[in-house]
Design a protein around this ligand. Structure first.
Ligand code: WTA
Length: 649
C-alpha cells in the first residue's frame, strides 16, 4: 500500500499523499501549499489579483481588488464578467469544445451527455426563453427542479442575462417555496412536471401550484417535461419548456455584469426565524469556486468528477455546476437515490462511467457502511483516484471505511469544511500536498484566515475547544442576507466585531489542523442538511392542537442528528397517539420530509429560565436519554424536569 499509516491510535493516524498521487497533483507538496498560503495571507490583493487574472475571463479588468467596509465586502470592484461565459463560451475555442460538460443518468436509467458546445447552445436558447418571458437583469427566479441537466441549464441561463436565481431543493414542500417566493419577490418559476425518487414521482409542478395560490407577483411558470405525470396547466401563466425552446434562436450574448452584481440567493437555516436568503455575487464567488474546485479536486483534463449533492444545496451550486464547469471539467449528475433500485446504485454508476473523483456526505457514507461491504465490493471501483466529503464532521471510523472499501487504500480523502455563507471550501486538505488525519478537515485554503477563539475573541491554545471564526474577508463570502442587512451584521459579525463567526465549534491540534465539532447555535445538522430548530418549532406551533414546542437534536448514528420535538398541547386537547404522527406529518408538509421529527414527546410544560427562555440544553440531555447533569439553577420550575423525565420512561 502506498499510504503510510504512522500509528494506529485514532488521533494520530496520518495518511500522506502517495508519491504517485503527489507527482501528478496540481499542488504536489506541503512546501508549495505553505508558500502559496503565506503569499495569500501576506499579500492578499496581489495573490487574488493574480488568481483572478489566470483563472477567469474578464470583460473589463477591476480597479480595486477588495473594498472592505466591515462587514461589507466588494471584490474586484469595477470589473466586468459573466459567469456563464466563463463556464461555457471560453471552452469553445479549443479541444474542450466537444468534451462532455455534463454526463447525466436519470433514476430510471436514461443517459444523456452534453458537450460544452451542446450545453452552450441550450443555455443560450433558454436565456432567450427567459428574455422572451420578460425576465430582466436583477429579476429573481425560483428554480424548483429535479437533478437533471435542465436544472443547470436554467441556472446558467439566469447567470447569462443577469437574473438572480434562487434554487429551492426539490424535497421541500409548497410552504417552503411560498416563503422563498415571498422573501425574494420572484416573478418567474422554473420547474418540472415531476422528478424521480426511489421509483416514485415527486409532484414538483403540483407543489408549485399550491405555493402560487395567493401569489400575485409570479407572471410565468416554465415547466420542463421530465416524468410525464399529469399536471394542471394554468392558461396565461404556465408554459412548457420544450415549446418555448422552439421559438428562440441559439445566439445570446452574455451580459457583461458587474463583479458585484448578484448571482444567486440561496436560503439556509439560521438559529432564529425564517430561513435566510444568502446572497452571492459574481466575480468573487466565481473565483472562489473555480480555484477551490481546481486545486482541491485536483482537476485534470481527463477526470470524470461526481459530486452527489442536489443542486438545491450550496454544494450543488458550487461543486456540481459552477466550479467544475468554470474549470472545463466533466461533471456527472445523477437524478435519484443511492438505494434505488438496489443498494449498489452509486457503485454501479462509478463502475459504468469510470468516475475518477467522488464527493459525497458523511451521512451517505454511514448509510453505505450499514448496508454492507458486499455492495461496493461487487463493483470495480478502480477508476477512482480521489474522494471527498462535506456537510458534517466525519467520524474517523467512517473515514477509514471510505478510504479502504471505496478508495481501495489508494485515494486521498479531502474532508472539506465550508458553509452556504462561505460560498466555497474553506478548510480542507489539498490531496497531493497535505497529509490527512481521519476526522480532521486539516488546514485552511488559500486566503482563509481561520482561528479558534474563546468568548472574548482570544485565540485558544492547541487542543482547546472554542469558536471557529474567519478573520478577514474572502472572495466567495456572502455579501448580505437578502433584504436584511441588520440580520447579516448581527448574525455573523457581532459576536467578534470585525470577524466572521461561523456558528461552529472547533479545536486546532498541535500541527495546526482543524477538528470541527459542529454547530454550537440552535441549528441542527440532519443528514448533512441544515435545519433551524426555530423553523421546526414554528411549524409545530402552527398546528391547531399545539401550544408550545421546543425542538432539539439527538445524536443519531446514521443521520448525525435526529429531530426530537417536545410539545405542549392547547387546553382541552388530549395527547392521543395518532396526534404524534399527525404532528410529524404536519412538519413534513410545512417544511419538507427532511425536517419531520423522529420523535414527538408530549409534555405538561417546557423547562424555562426565569426570563422565559426554553432551556434546550436540558431537553437535549433528556432527548439523548441521559441524565440531566447540567446546571439547573436558572430553571424556573424544577418539577417540569421531573415530569419530562417521567414521560421518558
Ligand atoms: C457543517 C454545507 C464538519 C458545519 C457546505 C457547517 C462540516 C455546516 C463540514 C454548513 C466538515 C460542513 N466537517 N462540519 N467537513 N462541512 N459542515 O450551509 O457545521 O449546508 O457550519 O453548507 O455544515 O452547512 P451548509
Amino acid at each position: 500500500m502506498s499510504n503510510t499509516i504512522e500509528s494506529h491510535l485514532i488521533e494520530t493516524r496520518v495518511f500522506k499523499p502517495s508519491d504517485g498521487f503527489a507527482q501528478r497533483a496540481l499542488i504536489p507538496s506541503l512546501d508549495q501549499y505553505r508558500e502559496l498560503y503565506q503569499q495569500s495571507i501576506q499579500d492578499p490583493d496581489g495573490f487574488w489579483s493574480k488568481q483572478a487574472t489566470e483563472l477567469l475571463l474578464w470583460r473589463k479588468k477591476w480597479d480595486t481588488v477588495l473594498k472592505w467596509e466591515a462587514p461589507f465586502a466588494q471584490w474586484f470592484v469595477g470589473g466586468k464578467l459573466n459567469v456563464s461565459e466563463n463556464c461555457l463560451d471560453r471552452h469553445l475555442n479549443g479541444p474542450r469544445r466537444n468534451k462532455a460538460a455534463i454526463i447525466w443518468e436519470g433514476e430510471p436509467g436514461e443517459v444523456r451527455t452534453l458537450t460544452y458546445q451542446q450545453l452552450h447552445r441550450e443555455v443560450c436558447k433558454f436565456a432567450n426563453v427567459l428574455k422572451r418571458n420578460r425576465v430582466q437583469k436583477g429579476d429573481r427566479i425560483i428554480i424548483y427542479m429535479p437533478m437533471c441537466p435542465e436544472a443547470a441549464i436554467a441556472m446558467l441561463a439566469c447567470a447569462r442575462i443577469g437574473a438572480v436565481h434562487s434554487v429551492v431543493f426539490g424535497g421541500f414542500s409548497s410552504e417552503a417555496i411560498k416563503d422563498r417566493l415571498n422573501d425574494s419577490q420572484a416573478k418567474l418559476v422554473i420547474t418540472a412536471d415531476g422528478g424521480y425518487r426511489r421509483g416514485a414521482i415527486v409532484p414538483l409542478k403540483k407543489n408549485v401550484d399550491e405555493a402560487l395560490k395567493d401569489n400575485t407577483l409570479v407572471e410565468r411558470v416554465i415547466v420542463f417535461r421530465r416524468a410525464n405525470n399529469e399536471i394542471a396547466i394554468t392558461e396565461g401563466r404556465d408554459v412548457w419548456w420544450h415549446r418555448e425552446m422552439e421559438y428562440v434562436d441559439p445566439q445570446c450574448e452574455p451580459e457583461a455584469l458587474d463583479s458585484e452584481d448578484p448571482l444567486y440567493i440561496l436560503y439556509t437555516s439560521g438559529s432564529t426565524g425564517k430561513p435566510k436568503g444568502i446572497l452571492h455575487t459574481t466575480g468573487g464567488y466565481l473565483l472562489g469556486v473555480t480555484i477551490t474546485s481546481k486545486y482541491i479536486f485536483d482537476l485534470h483534463e481527463d477526470d470524470l468528477y461526481w459530486c452527489s449533492a442536489d443542486i438545491g444545496w450550496v454544494t450543488g451550486h458550487s461543486y456540481v455546476v459552477y466550479g467544475p464547469l468554470s474549470n472545463g471539467a466533466t461533471t456527472f449528475m445523477y437524478e435519484g437515490a443511492p438505494n434505488w433500485p438496489e443498494l449498489d446504485r452509486f457503485w454501479k454508476l462509478i463502475e459504468k462511467y469510470a468516475i475518477t473523483v467522488f464527493y459525497t456526505a458523511p451521512t451517505a457514507i454511514r448509510a453505505f457502511i450499514r448496508w454492507g461491504d458486499s455492495y461496493p465490493k461487487g463493483h470495480d471501483l478502480s477508476s477512482l483516484r480521489l474522494l471527498g466529503t462535506v456537510g458534517e464532521p466525519i467520524n474517523p471510523e467512517a473515514w477509514i471505511w471510505y478510504h479502504t472499501v471505496i478508495g481501495g487504500g489508494r485515494c486521498p480523502i479531502v474532508d472539506t469544511w465550508w458553509q452556504t455563507e462561505t460560498g466555497g471550501i474553506m478548510i480542507t486538505p489539498l490531496p497531493g500536498a497535505i497529509p490527512t488525519k481521519p476526522g480532521s478537515a486539516t488546514l485552511p485554503f488559500f486566503g482563509v484566515d481561520a482561528a479558534v477563539v474563546d468568548e472574548t475573541g482570544k485565540e485558544v491554545p492547541p487542543n482547546v475547544g472554542g469558536k471557529l471564526i474567519i478573520r478577514r474577508p474572502w472572495p466567495s463570502m456572502l455579501r448580505t442576507i437578502w433584504g436584511d442587512e441588520a440580520r447579516y451584521e448581527k448574525q455573523y459579525w457581532s459576536d467578534f466585531p470585525g470577524y466572521y463567526f461561523t456558528g461552529d465549534g472547533a479545536r486546532r491540534d498541535e500541527d495546526g489542523y482543524f477538528w470541527i465539532v459542529g454547530r454550537i447555535d440552535d441549528v441542527l445538522n440532519v443528514a448533512g442538511h441544515r435545519l433551524g430548530t426555530s423553523e421546526i418549532e414554528s411549524a409545530l406551533v402552527s398546528h391547531p392542537s399545539v401550544a408550545e414546542a421546543a425542538v432539539v437534536g439527538r445524536p443519531d448514528e446514521l443521520k448525525g442528528q435526529a429531530v426530537v420535538a417536545f410539545v405542549t398541547l392547547k387546553q382541552g386537547t388530549t395527547a392521543l397517539p395518532e396526534l404524534r404522527d399527525q404532528l410529524r406529518q404536519h412538519v413534513a408538509t410545512m417544511i419538507g420530509a427532511i425536517a419531520r421529527p423522529d420523535d414527538v414527546r408530549f409534555a405538561e410544560a417546557l423547562p424555562k429560565t426565569r426570563s422565559g427562555k426554553i432551556m434546550r440544553r436540558l431537553l437535549k440531555e433528556i432527548a439523548a436519554g441521559g441524565k440531566v447533569t447540567g446546571d439547573t439553577t436558572t430553571l424556573e420550575d424544577l418539577n417540569v424536569l421531573a415530569a419530562l423525565r417521567g414521560s421518558d420512561e
